[in-house]
Design a binder for this molecule. Structure first.
Ligand SMILES: Cc1cc2nc3c(=O)[nH]c(=O)nc-3n(C[C@H](O)[C@H](O)[C@H](O)COP(=O)(O)O)c2cc1C
Ligand code: SF4
Length: 680
């Protein structure tokens, strides 16, 4: 794309020239160590900076006070030791002319009290937040004084570290907990009139300005319409924005619409796959028009065409493409080089965000290098000194990734795929309209493979002889798995798999028992299809909650489909057996909690219990390989090539990746492939 691309034009923010219109909005990937942004954190932002991003808004909710304890690995901005760590990060980004700011906050009621310093949380009126469940104390005058000073100190630390600016988080956190009638029903100087509700904000801005001076950039990431009963309306939100601008203390508005006090509400602010793209863009444009002030905004602006439209149409000054940069930090580089088609698409899986709560770190479902910059490359630049012939069996995510990396390394690659199309289980997921965006994981890889000269042989169920006929140096078995439904003590022949339902191979019956012992998407995806068919559905699981491996934002669309329908949820029950009873099936249920048996009589039993590896070709080839299939895990982890020699008479090296090894997920599959093949 030529330099007249609206996205590649600079933006002047006060004294600061942002070299293009793309930024990442604040997002806490939970890569901190002891609350500090150390090497992993720095390299993550540096990767975006090197690739041409104009500005990175670091942290997510960097904390200014001890009674705002980390909810998801947040940076502790109140500690002085943060200064040198942030300085290193800033310097590494500034080297590439990428500006660095940070989001500061006090979480107020949006935190838990039962860790860190075990201090009570605070909020204006002591109201509990459903998502974090702490019962906060009602904030007192001395708390306010203390927290205002803490904001000023946090800002001072960031200025000392050389940052270009800060933004204050004002949606769902303490500042706007004062603004909103939902969380503030005080009748003293801090509640009631808008002047009173804004008093805390003005004190903070005054204190910050006193400590950092007028030149430092300070912005607000603020809610302008809470879109909830009794909440901040659009009119009030705009009035708040106008007053903030008129106060002369701030330099930009980063616009939010919605509320975040429940997982479901958060999902409307950070929409997942299947939800509308850029849902708040026009609204952010309205705020820009009404305030005539620099406006930033991010919410599922996942592709550069929409981002370009946002700038060209005057809706935004800076476009946040946050998850898009987790999926591909090289967006700007590729854009500037006319390689827009090579951008790895963000498919909205929101594995990244859900993982900060579920597993303590953000990872992209299909970019295993994001957050692993110290060890994993985003782009394969080094060709192998010793080009080889690869045969990859299976064109699901694991096989495609292995083929893509091998071809990028300069190897010759042939891929055998039994079906007419690439994609494997990932393609299966896309059969549900709501998960269609997942096809990007497949399509992008196929396109990259095509460009690099990978030869695909579809409709070819490769047996060992087919592989041997190619005389390969390296064989990668990525054959995936088949539904594992042989898990009942009796009656396994009477059940169908969740994947049969998703594929449309089996239609839902009238009354269905879905036994979800997988705890992840396939069970819920099947549940959605069954419920939508009009069937009566009972979801039984041995877990103590529904689908515990699905995070809050991903669970939301499932619940929105299931709850209005005839669905019963039964946790803590294990399916033991099934037996015919006339035209119906009698299911025996037990429980891990004791000898509590019960029965159900239904028309259909659907079971989800992951997959079992499709590994015949692997075991057929194993005795013929030099390494007998063995992987040196230390070499794999440390980034060295695989040198295992167990069978000198062997003809090739053999590796098995993805679900062909064990039932896991797409991230595991592509990570298996990347870290193995990048060193061959
Ligand atoms: C892993 C992750 C952590 C996030 N943490 C924060 C946060 O601490 N503060 C914040 O204002 N937004 C946070 N966000 C929201 C993003 O700033 C952004 O609003 C959201 O991802 C929507 O933009 P996108 O569609 O471009 O990703 C987070 C997002 C992700 C993916
Ligand atoms: S996990 Fe999904 S939403 Fe998150 S960055 Fe990756 S593709 Fe995008």
């Amino acid at each position: 794309m030529s330099s007249n691309d609206p996205l590649l034009q600079p933006f002047q923010l006060k004294h600061l020239t942002l070299k293009n219109r793309l930024m990442t909005s604040s997002h806490e990937p939970a890569y901190t160590e002891d609350g500090m942004p150390k090497e992993r954190y720095r390299l993550y932002h540096q990767a975006r900076a090197e690739a041409g991003l104009a500005m990175t808004m670091t942290a997510g909710s960097a904390l200014v006070s001890k009674d705002s304890p980390p909810a998801f690995g947040n940076i502790l901005a109140y500690r002085e030791e943060v200064v040198p760590w942030m300085r290193e990060l800033v310097d590494s980004c500034h080297q590439h002319d990428c500006k660095v700011m940070i989001q500061l906050t006090h979480l107020g009621r949006r935190a838990a009290w039962n860790h860190s310093d075990w201090l009570p949380t605070v909020s204006p009126s002591g109201m509990r937040e459903p998502a974090h469940r702490a019962f906060p104390k009602t904030i007192e005058d001395w708390d306010i004084e203390r927290i205002v000073a803490d904001y000023a100190l946090g800002a001072e630390h960031m200025q000392a570290a050389g940052l270009d600016g800060i933004e204050l988080q004002c949606y769902g956190h303490l500042i706007d907990q004062f603004w909103s009638p939902v969380t503030n029903f005080r009748d003293d100087d801090w509640g009631g009139t808008l002047d009173n509700r804004l008093r805390f904000t003005h004190l903070i801005l005054d204190a910050i300005r006193e400590s950092v001076g007028p030149g430092f950039i300070v912005g607000l990431r603020l809610v302008v319409d809470e879109q909830m009963e009794n909440g901040i309306t659009r009119e009030v939100g705009l009035e708040i924005a106008r007053r903030m601008v008129a106060g002369g203390q701030i330099d930009f508005l980063n616009v939010i619409r919605g509320h975040i006090d429940t997982d479901a509400a958060l999902t409307d602010i950070i929409p997942v796959q299947g939800m509308a793209a850029s849902p708040h863009l026009d609204f952010a444009g309205d705020v820009r028009r009404e305030t005539k002030f620099p406006v930033f905004h991010a919410a599922k602006i996942a592709d550069v065409a929409t981002a370009r439209h946002a700038v060209a149409s005057g809706k935004l000054d800076m476009v946040g493409m946050t998850r898009a940069h987790i999926a591909d930090p090289q967006i700007v580089r590729k854009l500037a080089a006319g390689r827009e088609q090579d951008i790895r698409p963000c498919v909205g899986a929101t594995y990244c965000l859900d993982r900060i709560y579920l597993a303590g770190e953000a990872l992209c479902i299909h970019n295993p290098a994001s957050g692993r910059e110290a060890t994993m490359p985003h782009e394969i630049e080094d060709k192998s000194a010793d080009p080889k012939k690869f045969v990859v069996v299976g064109a699901g995510p694991a096989g495609l990734e292995a083929a893509r990396i091998a071809a990028a390394r300069g190897h010759q690659v042939i891929v055998f795929e039994a079906t007419p199309q690439a994609g494997g289980q990932a393609r299966l997921m896309t059969l549900s309209p709501r998960r269609r965006e997942m096809i990007g994981i497949v399509d992008w890889r196929v396109e990259q493979c095509d460009k690099a000269g990978v030869e695909f042989r579809f409709n070819t169920y490769a047996e060992a002889d087919d592989v041997l006929a190619e005389n390969p140096d390296i064989v990668i078995v990525a054959t995936g798995g088949l539904p594992n439904i042989d898990i009942l003590q009796s009656g396994n022949e009477l059940v169908v798999s969740a994947r049969d339902i998703i594929a449309g191979d089996v239609k839902p019956a009238d009354e269905v028992l879905l036994y979800d012992d997988g705890a992840d998407h396939p069970g819920m995806q099947a549940a959605e299809i069954i419920a939508e068919s009009g069937a009566r559905l009972e979801i039984v699981t041995p877990e103590r909650q529904i689908a515990p491996d699905i995070g809050g934002t991903n669970l939301t669309p499932y619940m929105r489909k299931l709850l209005p329908r005839d669905v019963r949820f039964t946790p803590c029950r294990r399916a033991l057996g099934a037996a015919r009873d006339g035209a119906r099936i009698r299911v025996k249920l037990g429980s891990d909690y004791g000898d509590f048996e019960s029965e159900r009589l239904v028309d259909q039993v659907v079971v989800e219990h992951g997959t079992r590896p499709l590994d015949e070709v692997y075991f057929a080839l194993k005795p013929l390989s030099t390494n007998l299939g063995a992987v040196d895990y230390d070499a794999l982890i440390e980034g060295r090539s695989q040198q295992v020699e167990k069978n000198p008479a062997g003809r090739f090296k053999l590796f098995r990746i993805g679900d062909a090894v064990a039932s896991r997920n797409i991230h595991a599959a592509v990570y298996d492939a990347l870290r193995l093949v990048k060193d061959i």
